[in-house]
Design a protein around this ligand. Structure first.
Ligand SMILES: NC(=O)c1ccc[n+]([C@@H]2O[C@H](COP(=O)([O-])OP(=O)(O)OC[C@H]3O[C@@H](n4cnc5c(N)ncnc54)[C@H](O)[C@@H]3O)[C@@H](O)[C@H]2O)c1
Length: 244
């Protein structure tokens, strides 16, 4: 089967992913791209030397029969295209995981990478035995949160679902964690801190046979400070696996 990839969204993550195909980090015969901003798709195509086809809709993208489709567009895109995507034969990688919390996301064709965090294998393993408490504290520069505070401030405390709703571009990471441990609720804290340049996520898990602390200090993507660079590389890793 031809290793054809469909990409929805040609922004920061989509561009890193396409560049990985160009450099043969990912082996793929053809990339089919769709972006509601046609200029973004054209800019991406111009920067690449392998076969890239620009299409004008998700229907056209699916008609090209990609083996894997990567959503790197936004939560609304997931809500708008979800039914069409799962009705196709493609494997689907969802980056905007916040949208999945409100959908029946149990379709085996739907995958999501760990994104800006990791260690989900250990957390998922512990969830089988029983998790007592999961917390994630995310600390970002105000610029990465669309804020302008000059002193450190806790700007959110609550559930993952609400965090992903209030910060659709920044807190998909909490949604990803919530999808791994559901029905256990994740306690989320978001700190806007002008002293930091990295996006840090600290996860604490108390489970039946121990506890875990995981910490990630990610550089923001240079083109999009809301996105951690690691998220794109997590998508690349998952795409490589699904294309095998
Ligand atoms: N899971 C994670 O840990 C994680 C980490 C970082 C980012 N993300 C999410 O991944 C998504 C992509 O991130 P990014 O940094 O590449 O964003 P970006 O803003 O740089 O790029 C998004 C692109 O999608 C396009 N787009 C928007 N709506 C669309 C639609 N309905 N159909 C087609 N194209 C559309 C935009 O024009 C833009 O070019 C965001 O939702 C972001 O929050 C998830």
């Amino acid at each position: 089967m031809a290793k054809k990839v469909g990409l929805i969204g040609c922004g920061a993550i989509g561009t890193v992913l396409a560049d990985a195909i160009e450099r043969k980090v990912i082996v793929c015969d053809e990339l089919v791209v769709f972006d509601t901003d046609a200029a973004k798709a054209q800019k991406l195509k111009r920067s690449l030397n392998f076969r890239v086809k620009i299409v004008g809709s998700v229907d056209e993208l699916l008609a090209a029969k990609p083996k894997v489709v990567v959503e790197a567009a936004g939560q609304q895109a997931v809500r708008d295209y979800y039914e069409k995507l799962v009705a196709s034969n493609a494997e689907i990688i969802v980056m905007s995981t916040g949208a999945l919390l409100n959908l029946n996301a149990d379709d085996p064709k739907v995958h999501f990478p760990a994104g800006a965090i990791g260690g989900l294998d250990a957390i998922a393993a512990a969830a089988n035995a029983g998790i007592d408490e999961v917390t994630i504290t995310s600390r970002k520069n105000p610029k990465a949160l669309g804020k302008s505070n000059t002193e450190e401030a806790t700007i959110y405390e609550g559930t993952a679902k609400e965090a992903a709703r209030q910060f659709p571009r920044e807190m998909n990471v909490a949604a990803t964690l919530a999808l791994m441990v559901k029905p256990v609720q994740v306690k989320v804290k978001v700190i806007s801190d002008p002293k930091v340049t990295r996006n840090t996520h600290e996860i604490n898990v108390k489970w039946r046979y121990g506890d875990m602390t995981l910490r990630f200090a990610n550089m923001p993507h240079p083109d999009n400070p809301h996105t951690s660079a690691l998220a794109a590389w997590a998508a690349i890793q998952l795409l490589k696996t699904l294309l095998k």
